[in-house]
Every structure is written in C-alpha cells, then in structure tokens.
Unconditional design. Sequence first.
Lengths: 238, 475, 468
Amino acid sequence: MITTDNLTKSYGDTLVLDRLNLNIKAGELYCLLGANGAGKTTTINLLLGFIKPTSGNAFINGLAVSEDPKKTKKHLAYIPENLMLYPSLSAVENLDYFSGIGGTHLSKSQLEAFLDEAGLQKVAFHQRISTFSKGMRQKVGIALALAKNANVLLLDEPTSGLDPKASNEFGLLLQKLRNKGVATLMATHDLFRAKEIATHIGIMKSGQLRQEFLATDISLSDLEHAYLKTMDYKELAL
Amino acid sequence: MYQFNSKYELKSLLRNGWIQLMTLLLLGLFLFAFYNGNEKVDKRKNDIQAAFNEVKESDQNMLILLDSVQRGMEVSASRWTIPTKPMAVGNYHPRVAAMNPGPLAFVATGQSDLFSHYIKPKASGDDMALNFTEISNPVQQLFGSFDLAFVIIYLLPLIIIAFTYNVLSSEKESGTLRLLASQPISMRSWVFQKMGIRLFWVVLMIGVVLILVSVIIPSGVNIVELLPVFGVTLGYIFFWFALAFAVNLWVGSSSKNAIALIGLWLVFVLLIPSVLNQMGNALYPMPSRTLMINEMRSAKAEATKKQDQILDNFLRDHPEYAINDPNQNRSFYHRYMASQQLVREELQPVVGRFEQQLQNQQQWISQLKWISPAIIVQQELNALAGSSTKDYENYRKQVTAFAESWRQHLLPFLYSNEPFSTDDYENLPEFQYQRLTSDTTLISIIALVFIALIGVILGFLKGVGSQSTEKFITQ
Amino acid sequence: MIRSTLIKELRELLRDGRVRISFFIVLLLIAVATWISKTQYTITNQQYQQADNEERAVWENQGEKNPHSAAHYGTYAFKPKYPLSLVDQGVDKFTGTSIFLEAHKRNEAQFSQAADQTGLARFGDLTPDFVLLFIIPLLIVFLGYNAFTKEREMGTLVLLKSQGTPIWKLILGKWLALFLPVFTIVFLLFIVAGIVLSNLENFGVFNWQSLGMLFLIYMGYYFIFINLVLFISLKMKKSGIALVVALATWILACLAVPKAASNIAESKHPYPTRQEFASNILQDQKEGLDGHDPWNKQAKLLEQKVLKEYKVDSLEQLPFNFDAYRMQKGEEHTAEIYLKHYKHLKTQFEEQSKLYRGLAVLSPFLPARFMSMAIANTDYATHWHFADAAENYRVELQASLNGNFAENSAYGEWSYRANADTWKNMPQFGYDPPELGETLTTNTSNLVILSVWVLGTFLLLFFTTKKL
C-alpha cells in the first residue's frame, strides 16, 4: 500500500514536487505519466527514502518512510530504469545476494522457483549476468520482488528500451503480481502500456499531479489527447 | 547481511581475478624484498666474519713474534711493529668491534647502508678519526633499498588503495547502487562490511605470503620472531583501510576517491616526513662539520706545541704512570698518548654537540611521529631490524667506550715501560655489541589501530541523510 | 582543430576545482622547496668559505717545522656546493664534504650530511628535485589520465569522431593542453632559480646554459610522462582503470625500479667495506717500499740503485737528503697503490652505472635523474672528479714538501726545520667542476637513452592509434 500526503520536495526555490497525494491500494497498479522533469522519479526517490521530503509524508504499508526507511524497504521492491546487477555473478547468485542482505534467506530451489515464476528461462539461471539483456535483468528484478514477498512495487520507466515482445511479457508479469495483491507505482512515458496494464493513471506536470483517470474509464486516444493537452502541445490537425 | 556479503564478495573477487592478482603481486614483492634484505645481511655477516678471521691470523703471527722475542731470537719485522711494544699491539693488532645483525635485520635497511658494521679502533687513533660511515656508491643510498620496509610503507598502501578506492563508487558507476540502496540495509554498514571482508583477505594473504616467503627464502628467522613485524604491518593496513572507508563515504566518484587517496598517500608517506625532517633540522640544526674540523685542528695544533708540558701534567695527574727511574724513557708515544687524551677531552663538547643535536632531532620525531602512520611504521621497523638512528648511535657509543678501554688496557704497559708478552694476550679486551631492543612495538601498534579507529568513526559520521548522500544515490 | 581542442581542454582544466587545487599545491611546494634549498645553499657556502679560509690560515701559520711533520699535519680539501644544487641536490647529502690530505695516505671524503641525520631523512627531502622528479609526473597523471576516457564515458567521443578530423590532431591538442600547465610551472621555477642564483654574490660558477640544459632534460622527462599518460588514456576504456594503470606506471618508474636497480647494482658489483678496502691497501703497502723504514727490502734496493746512479759509495755523499728522497719514492709508491685500489672502486662504480643505464629501459626516471644530477654537478661522478683532484693536489703537495726536505738538508738531518714562510708559498687547493660540455660528453649514453624514451613514446602515442 502506497500513500503520499501532500508530499513536497523543493531544491532551494525550485519546486520539483508539489503537494502530491496518492493512495494506491493492494492489487492496484498506478501509472504516473509525464514528461522528463515532471516529478515522477522524484516521487519514487521519496518513496524509497533516497531523498527527504521538504514537507508532507510518504507511507509504505502505513509506515512513514522518513521515520524508518529500513523497515519500509523490507517489503518493497524497486526496479530502476536501467536495472543493473553484478556482472560476475549468475542470476541465482544475484538473487541470493540481494534477498540475502535484506534478511531473506532462501534455498537454491526456492531461488530457482522464483526466477522461474518471473519467467526467466532455465538455461539462464546459472549464467553470468554480463550476458543478460535488459529484459532478462528485469525478470531477475521481479524474482527479487517475489523472493522478498514484496507487497509494494516501484517501477521507473521499466519498458523503455524493451522490444515490444519483451515489453508485453513484462506487462503480463506485472498483472500477475497485481493479482497477488501487490500495490504498484510505475512511472512511464509509455501511454500504450499504461492503458493496457494500469488500474489508475495520473498525469504529472511541473511537479503537480494534473489529472487522474481510472484506466477502465478512458480510451487510449482520449488518454493521449488528455496527456498532450496537459503538456500544452498543439495536436496536429489531421 | 554479513554472510551474504562475505560469500559473494569472495566469489566476485575470485572471478575478477583480484585475489589471484593480489596474491601474486604480494608474493613477488615480498620475495624480492626478502631476497634483497637477506643478501645485505649475508654480506654483512660475511664481512664481519672475514674481519675476525683476519684478526685471528694476524694474532697468530703476533704470538709467534712475541714468542721469538721472548726467547731472544732475532725477528725480521720493523722494530716499531714488534708486539712487545704495547702501542704496536694497540695499533697494529686492533680488535674487531662488530655490530652483528639481529634476526630481523633483513626487514629494514634503515641507516645500515650509511654505516660500517665493524670497526677496528686503534690505540693511538683519536675518536674523531673513527670513521663510522661506509664507502659506497651514494646513488644506492639516494635511491634507497627495495626492502620489506619499502614494500610495507610505500607499496602496501598503494595496493590497498587500488583494492578499495571504488567499493561504493563502483556500485554507482555500474548502476547497482539504486537497487542496493532500495534494500532494507544501511549503506554505511554495507560499505563497512565490504571493507572488513577485503581487509580480512588482505591480512590473510599477507600472513600466508609471509609464511611462504620465509619458507622459500630461509633467513634463519622463525615465524614467531616475525610477529612484531606482522603486528605493525597489520596496524598500518588497518589505517589505510579506515582511510579508504572514510574516503569511500565522503568523497564520491571512483576517480575522485582515487585522487583523494593518492593525495593522502602523498601527504602521509612523502610530505609529512620530509616536512617534519626539515623542521627538525631547522629547530635543532646540526653544527657545521667543516667548522668542527677547524676547531679540531686548532686544538690539535695547540696540543702538539705543548706536548712535553702536557706529558708532565699528565704524569702529575696519573702518578701511577710516573716512573721513579730518573732515566725514564720518554718515547714519542708517551707524549702522543698524553696529548691525545687532552685533545679528546677538549673536543668532547664539540663532538658531543653533534650527538646531542641528533638526539634532539630524534626526540622531536618521536614526539611528532604520530602525525603520520608511515613514520610510526618506519621508525618501528627500523627499531625491530636494529638499523635505526638510535641503534647506530648506540653502536658508536659502545665502540668509543671500547676504544677507550682498549687504550686504558695498554697504557699501563706504555707508562710503566713494561713489554707486552704472550701471557697478556689472553687478557686483551674483546668487544661485545649490546643490541637495543624495541620496547615501543606494542605502543606503535595500538597507536596505529587508534588512528585507524578515528578514520572509521569519520566514515560513520557521514550522515546518511545529508544533501550529498542524496545526490550520490539519485544522480 | 588542434587549437580548438587545446582551448577546450584548457578551459575544462581551469574549471575543474581539483586541477586548480593540485596546481596550487604544486606551486606552493616548489616555492617552499626552492626557499629551503636557497637558504641551505647560502649557509653551506658561507661555512665552506669560512672553513676553507681558516684551514688555509692554520696551514700557513704552522711556523718553523720539518716539512714531513707538516705533511703529517696535513690539510683539508673542502668540497664547495655548486649553484645548480639549488635545483637538484643529487647525491650531495650522501657524499662527504671534506677530505683530509696527509702524508702516506689517501683519505675518503668525510662527514656526509646523511650520517648526521635521523632515519626520517630517508623518506626524502622537500627539495626542488623532489618536486620536479616525483610530484610533477604525478601531476601529469592526475591532469591527463581521463583525457580520452572522459570523452568515451560522456559519449562525446562519438561526436568528435563524426567531425572527421584526423586523430593525431585531436591527440596533439590534448597533448598541448597537458603540456602547457606543466611548462608554465617548471619554467617559472627555473626562471626564479636563475634569478636567485645570478644575484647571489661570488658563489660558484653559475651559467645560464647549464640551467637551460637542465630545463630541457626535465622537459624531455615530462614529454615521456605526458605521452605515456595520454597513451594509457587512449587505450583504456574507463577513467578509473586508466588512473590505476597510469599510477602504476608512475610507481614503477619513480619508486620501484630505481630501488630495485639500487639493490641489483649493489649485489652485482659490490664495493668492499671500508675496513676491507683499508686492509687490502695495507697488504699491498707491506710488500712495497716503506718510505719510513730504511731496513725495508725495497728501501735497500732503492739505496743501491741511487748510489750506483750518482756513482758515490755512501748516502752522505749524495747532493740531497736521501731520507727525504726515499720518503718521496715511498709516497709515489703508495700513491700508485691507492690509484690501483681506487681504480678498482671506480670500475665497480662504472659497472654499477652501466647497470643503471641498462635498467633505464624500464624507467625513464633513471636517465633523467642521472642527467639532472650530472648537469647540476651533484652526481657521484663529480664527487669522484673532486676526490681525484684532491688526490692530485695531495701528491703534488707531498712532492714539494719532500723536495724541500731533500734539497735543504743533509742525510740523517731529521732536525731540519723549514722556515715559517714555506707554507705560504705552497699552492692552494682549488677545484673547478667539469664544464657543461664535458658533462654532456661523459653522459652521452644517458642523453641517448632519454632521447630514445622521448621519441619512442611519441611514436607510441601518435602512430599506434589508427582509430578511437
């Protein structure tokens, strides 16, 4: 469960996030749309406790991030835009390491089961990460979320740079997690993917959440229209 | 977190070839340093042995001569070299005053390339003429020796820096930092653990390499005797790891870390020592040796002019040497030895000034050495090896004392005009070098660990929430 | 292209806080080091002048004396400090500064500064040569390690490549950008040193040519480092690795190889110990002519030879004092023995030097170090030169003392006293170090090695990289 309460971040005079209020419940997937610099990544950084809010609060599973970032990270999984792992270790080893240092001790078969569930091909389990594509690394990231038994998932542009097939596959994985009751926040530019997998969609600009939709309430073209309008773009008259 | 860190750290280090490379590098460096150290020690031992053998040989000749003279036979030697004359024994058959190397001498060349390790003080020679320096190509002294102390003081920190400068920054640069930071861990303790693990491996490798090398190059030193050296090295390693820990948390990118650490290396290993040395020289300047020569010359010139008078005074002060016989036989040596005695006494304060300033400088260093661990280690290793300034000062004092007792042993013969005989040979004094022992090793190790702790605390002081940490993770 | 690269690089360097700080630190170090050296130089030279004058006064005021007593009384030759030691102290600290010149004996130079210092001094001194030889190459490493890797990392390399300019122009631009700051610092130092030295009164033989040559040597040394650092930056993919490799090169060249070379030289071509050396000479002397001992076998032979030559049958009939004559012959004989043993030392020294030159393949530091010391007249060869000059003077002095004795007294007349003016008329010891031209001729091989390094690294940098 992800909640933000008037979450604000400014650097000096520059306001990068302005009173953001979000409430993402279990089983919901919230897509944040917006141009570069709209405040999407700042929101994620605040939820991770990487940066401290200027005012307002962020909550993960009801716990304030700023109070105990360690505790809130316990059941949180995060996949950065370009997920990197240790190139000299294999997929299983990376998974073991990252879950292990967080306090989750798993057997080898459990680790393999999670990777399998995340859709990684069996042949890749024991290969070094240096040979992996971005899609494969993201699968390891999902396996880590599964291994940690995370109920909150933060994603930063996960589909950028993926080919359509991998992107589609990734969408399916997210749906699977959603069905398990994971609350997901995903920052993205990808309107198409957002419409397809999100339950809720928000459009941000200049640190403010300008518009929110239920994914079921809006068609893709209306979404694009709304997005561009928010961005002050003049649509091409066709 | 600890067990996962240690397990995968080792795996990564092995797979990246770091452990193998480090082991080979350390083995190579230590082997070469041990070899060089031993070579020097062996040469020193052989030289001393040769000197003893030579004396033994010439003693045999002396005894034969004595025997012939005592039996009233004609001998073919020049008359002033015949050993019935006490001064002939004193000047032509001096004893070897040797400074035998200690078991750890191979560890640090220290000052040993500057000084002789055996001297044969003559009865008539003045102490000023005792030249304690060794003839050698000064280029060797300028460049210094590739000994264990060099490897430990200069190279080991650089190896540690190469091994640790990017523990945190490489995570950022390779992109794993964000994933890592999203785990429920504290980054400071994570870095601390990583450092701890690397420290463990370095210590283990050095331990193994030390044992291996002492097996490959038998220097006659057993492992237990090497323990103090190992202890000091450990303290020094702690220090550099602590510094690297603090720099990893405080500085930032790999390049900046490396530059900061190399800068610190430069400061601790090269700049602080030379500045302290410079200041020591400025505070306690050595009097000029060239001007000392002038003083010495005038004192001697004075003494030569008044040799007869000096002898009279001398005999008045030493009635035991004054012979009642009115036809007493006053030879060159009677006058010479007496005036030498006077010159020695007169010049004592002049010569003493040098030793005093050297002691002052030494004192200054021991007070300020705590500023740089490199100085602590250098002083300690030199002390353990017995090649420090203090050791050579100690040796000089012992030799000077021995020269005095050598003279005092023979003077009664001279002034009572008594011939030296085979029976007196047995009673000739022998020199025995009393080595200094280093009692500061433990203090040095504790000091090094203490300084290291300051580094660790500095690292932990780095607030996780501070602006720069935010930037470090998010940018 | 070269110009724009140069301007861009310089701008980047100037805007980098680290560069400014390190530049400032190096300047500060140089200033402090030069000031310390200058102070020491002045003090040492004053002491030298004073000691030299006083010693001469002591010598001249011996009063009436037998010449041979004066010979035993002896005199001292003091080694002056040369102007360029302000820039490079060389081995001065480790060589003695005064030689006692007496009858029958060649003495080693005594009282090296290092023997009067604590172990701390072995870390090295804060002198201009320390900054020039160690710190500035390190500065080059820090300024240049990421010259190319940063372009690679920031992705600007692709943009540069797409401009279609030849690589060598790009390299040359960066090369100049690295060279200019180094040139500025070193040029400043040398100009200041030159002005300081030419304003010191009556000290030594300072000339601007030597200083200029020294400057060229250092420029060559820095060319090598700039070439190597840029080459490393070109070949490495990451700045971090380039930095580590460049630093390793520095450590190897400036620290490890010279020390290793010192150990190898010492063990391959060892010097005898002082005591061994002395007893070897004693051994040879025993078998030869002893000027003091008329009963010595060689002395008897000489006696017969001289009697035959002058066609007289007793020593009293000779037109000179045979005691003094014998002593002079003995002196000549000992001088020969010393010459032989010192020749052996010199052979060892030359062998060692050869070894250093051989190992210069591994480190450009070695030829630069030797050239710099040689030009500054602070190298070991100059010390030899001085010691030999002192020995020549000693031999001549002994000859004229013995000559005085022989001509002015009769055989057996040990009570002869030369008058008090005699000592004033004896020549004074004077020493001139080798001239620049002479130094360069004797050090041609080091000069060649350094040039090969410069050329080789230039070729490496500019001709081994066909594409980025």
